[in-house]
Design a protein around this ligand. Structure first.
Ligand code: BTN
Ligand code: NA
Length: 615
C-alpha cells in the first residue's frame, strides 16, 4: 500500500494492542503457576478433562476462525456478492454429524489423539500416515494464519511485516508452552470476545459514515451484491448453493469432526453429553461470525462503489482493501484501529495456539510415545513443550510461503482444508462406516485421495481455472475507467473472460472443479479406492475390527426411519455395542493387542455409564 495513505496508530491504539498481547501471556503464566502447574501431559494437553461448556464452545469457534476469515470473507463479498453466505447452510449438517456420529464414537474410545483411532481400527501404519497428513495440513494452515494479521498491520500502519510475524509466533508459543490447554482455552475465550468486538465496531462506524443503514442497503442493491439462491448444479461453478451448502458439509466435517484441534477440546469435557452440547453451542457463534464478516463486506461495498482506488491501493490483493477500508472508517477514533488490529491478532492467536497444542499432542501421542512406552511423565511433558516450541518456529517459515503465494488468504486456507483435510476425513469415514475396509485399503485410499486432490488443486493453479465470475465493480453500471485501473488488469481480464466464457472441456473441466468440492471429492476417492483395495486383498469380516470402532450405521438409520412411519424398517444385524471381540487371526489385518483391548474397553464402558448417570 502506498505509504502516504497509511493511517497512523495513535498511542491509545498501541496501548490497546499491547494490552491484548499482555493479557494472553498473562493467562498463560497464570495457568503455568496455578492448578497442577502443567506438570502432567493430562493437564498440559487435555486440561485434566475438567473444562466447562461455555469456554469450550467459545474456544471451539476460535480454532477455525482466524484473521483469514475476518479479512477474507469481506473481500470475497465485496468482489463476488453474498453467495458465500450460503456456506452457513453447511454448518447445520457439518455440526450435527460430528455431534452425533464422530464425537460419540471417538469419545467412548477415550483417546488422547484422534489418530489413535486409526490404529485401533486399522493398524499402526495407517495411524502414522494419518498423523503425518494432519501435521502437514496444520503446518501450512498455520503459516497462513500467522501471515494474515501481520500483513494487515503492515498494510495499515507500515509496521514491519516480519517483525510482527515473529512477535505473533513468539507470544503464542510462549503462552501455549507455559499454560497448556487450559491457557489455550481461556485465551481463546478472551480473544473470541475481542474478535467480535472489533468486527462490530467497524460495522457500526462503517454504517454510520456511509450514511446509515438505508443508504448501505440502497447501494448494495444497486451494485447487485445481494445474491439469490444459485441452484446451478454445475460442479465447476465456484460458489452455488450446492458447492457451498453441500460441498461445504465435507469441509465442515473434516474440520469439526476429525480434526485434532477440535476433537481434543471436545475430549476436554468430563462427561459425554457436555461434549455433545458444546458442538451445538458452536452453531450460533459460527453463524454470527459469518454474518458479521458478510455485513462488513457489504458496508465496504456501499462505501467504495465507483470510487477511485488507483492512488489508495498499491496492492492487487483484495485483502488489502479490507484493511484500507477499516483504517479509513476508524480514523480519528483513537483506540478503535488498535481494537480492530487486536481483533485480527486475537483471532489469529487463538487459531495458532490450538494448532500448536494439537500438533504437540499428535506428535507426542502418535509418533513419540508408541516408541518410548516407558517414558516418564516429566520427560513426556518436557518433550511436549519442546514440540510446541518447534512447531512455533516451523510456522514462521510457512508464513513466508504464504507471502510468496500472494493469493486471497481465504482461498488458500479453504483449499488446504479441502485438499489435505478431505483425504483425512475419507480415512475416518472408511474406518467408521465400512466394516470391510482393511489396513491396506486405508493406506492405498489415503494415497489416492491425496494424489487426486493435489492433481486437481495444482492443475487449477497452473491452468488458472477458478470458475470465478466477477461482478461489475461499481454500484453504477458504467464503471469509471479509473476504478478499473485501480483494481488492476486482473479485473478487466476476469470480467472479459466471464463475458466470453466458454465451457472448459476435458482435463480443463476437471481442473475447474469448484474448490468447495475438494474435500468431498478427495473423501470419496479415499472411500472408493479404500474399499476396492480392501476387497482385492481380503476384506475384514463382520465384528473383526476392534469393538467400538465401527459406527452402527444400519442401526442408526433404522432408528431414524422409525420416526417416519411410512419408511420400511431396516433389520438391525447388531446393536451399537454388540461387536464380538476379535481374535484377529486374518493375516494383514490389525489385531488389537491384549493390553490395548483391556485398556480400552473397561474405560469405554465406564464412560458410557458415566454418560447415562450424569444427567
Ligand atoms: O479463518 C480461517 O482461518 C479459515 C477460514 C476457514 C473457515 C472455515 S470454513 C467453514 C467454517 N466457518 C468458519 O467460520 N470457519 C470454518
Ligand atoms: Na481463531
Amino acid at each position: 500500500m502506498d505509504p502516504s495513505n497509511q493511517k497512523h496508530f495513535s498511542a491509545v491504539d498501541y496501548v490497546v494492542f499491547a494490552l491484548l498481547l499482555a493479557a494472553s501471556v498473562g493467562i498463560g503464566l497464570y495457568y503455568a503457576l496455578s492448578g497442577g502447574r502443567q506438570r502432567t501431559t493430562q493437564e498440559f494437553l487435555m486440561a485434566d478433562r475438567s473444562m466447562r461448556c461455555l469456554p469450550v464452545s467459545l474456544s471451539l469457534i476460535a480454532s477455525f476462525q482466524s484473521a483469514v476469515a475476518i479479512i477474507g470473507v469481506p473481500a470475497e463479498i465485496y468482489t463476488h456478492g453474498t453467495q458465500y453466505w450460503f456456506i452457513g447452510c453447511a454448518y447445520i449438517l457439518g455440526l450435527l454429524i460430528p455431534a452425533h456420529v464422530f464425537i460419540p464414537l471417538l469419545y467412548r474410545l477415550k483417546l488422547s489423539s484422534a489418530y489413535q483411532y486409526l490404529e485401533l481400527r486399522f493398524s499402526k501404519v495407517v495411524r502414522i500416515c494419518g498423523t503425518l497428513t494432519f501435521i502437514f495440513q496444520m503446518v501450512i494452515y498455520m503459516g497462513v494464519c500467522v501471515y494474515t494479521p501481520a500483513f494487515a498491520l503492515n498494510a495499515a500502519t507500515g509496521f514491519q511485516l516480519w517483525g510482527t510475524v515473529l512477535i505473533t509466533g513468539l507470544v503464542c508459543t510462549l503462552y501455549t508452552t507455559l499454560g497448556g490447554l487450559k491457557a489455550v482455552i481461556w485465551t481463546d475465550v478472551f480473544q473470541t470476545l475481542v474478535m467480535f468486538a472489533g468486527q462490530i465496531a467497524v460495522i457500526i462506524v462503517g454504517v454510520e459514515r456511509t450514511g446509515g443503514m438505508s443508504e448501505v442497503w440502497r447501494k448494495v442493491k444497486e451494485g447487485n451484491r445481494l445474491s439469490g439462491l444459485d441452484l446451478n448444479p454445475d460442479p465447476t461453478e465456484r460458489h452455488t448453493f450446492w458447492t457451498l451448502g453441500v460441498g461445504g458439509v465435507f469441509l465442515m466435517l473434516s474440520l469439526y469432526g476429525v480434526n485434532q484441534a477440535q476433537v481434543q477440546r471436545k475430549f476436554s469435557r468430563k462427561i459425554f453429553p457436555e461434549s455433545v452440547k458444546s458442538c451445538y453451542m458452536v452453531f450460533p457463534s459460527l453463524q454470527l461470525a459469518l454474518g458479521l464478516s458478510c455485513i462488513m463486506g457489504l458496508v465496504m461495498f456501499a462505501r467504495y462503489c465507483g470510487e477511485d482506488f488507483s492512488e489508495k491501493l498499491g496492492s492487487s490483493s483484495r485483502d488489502a482493501m479490507v484493511i484500507y477500508f477499516v483504517m479509513d472508517m476508524l480514523q480519528g477514533l483513537p483506540g478503535l484501529p488498535g481494537l480492530f488490529v487486536a481483533c485480527l491478532f486475537s483471532a489469529a492467536l487463538s487459531t495458532i495456539s490450538s494448532a500448536f497444542n494439537s500438533l504437540a499432542t499428535v506428535t507426542m501421542e502418535d509418533l513419540i510415545k508408541p516408541h518410548f512406552p516407558s517414558m516418564s511423565e516429566e520427560r513426556a511433558t518436557l518433550v511436549s513443550k519442546a514440540l510446541a516450541t518447534s512447531y512455533g518456529l516451523l510456522c514462521l517459515a510457512m508464513a513466508y510461503l504464504t507471502h510468496l503465494m500472494g493469493d486471497s488468504v481465504l482461498l488458500v486456507a479453504l483449499k488446504i482444508f479441502g485438499m489435505v483435510g478431505g483425504p483425512i476425513l475419507g480415512l475416518f469415514c472408511l474406518g467408521m462406516f465400512f466394516p470391510w475396509a482393511n489396513s491396506k485399503g486405508a493406506v492405498a485410499g489415503l494415497g489416492a485421495g491425496l494424489v487426486g486432490a493435489f492433481w486437481v488443486g495444482i492443475g487449477s493453479i497452473v491452468t488458472r481455472s477458478s470458475g470465478a465470475k466477477r461482478l461489475p465493480p461499481s454500484c453504477h453500471i458504467n464503471t469509471t475507467a479509473a476504478f478499473q485501473t485501480a483494481i488492476g488488469n486482473v479485473t478487466s481480464l476476469e470480467t472479459n473472460s466471464t463475458l466470453f466464457f466458454s465451457r472448459p472441456t476435458g482435463l480443463h473441466r476437471f481442473y475447474s472443479l469448484s474448490y468447495m468440492w475438494y474435500a468431498g471429492f478427495s473423501c470419496l476417492i479415499v472411500i472408493l479406492v479404500g474399499l476396492t483395495v480392501s476387497f482385492l486383498t481380503g476384506p475384514m469380516k463382520e465384528g473383526e475390527a476392534t469393538p467400538g470402532t465401527v459406527y452402527p450405521l444400519l442401526v442408526s438409520l433404522s432408528a431414524l426411519m422409525s420416526f417416519f412411519p411410512c419408511c420400511p424398517k431396516i433389520p438391525s444385524p447388531q446393536g451399537p455395542h454388540s461387536h464380538k471381540e476379535s481374535n484377529g487371526t486374518a493375516s494383514g489385518q490389525h489385531t488389537p493387542s491384549q493390553q490395548q483391548t483391556e485398556r480400552l474397553l473397561p474405560d469405554a464402558d465406564s464412560r458410557v455409564i458415566e454418560y447415562e448417570t450424569a444427567v
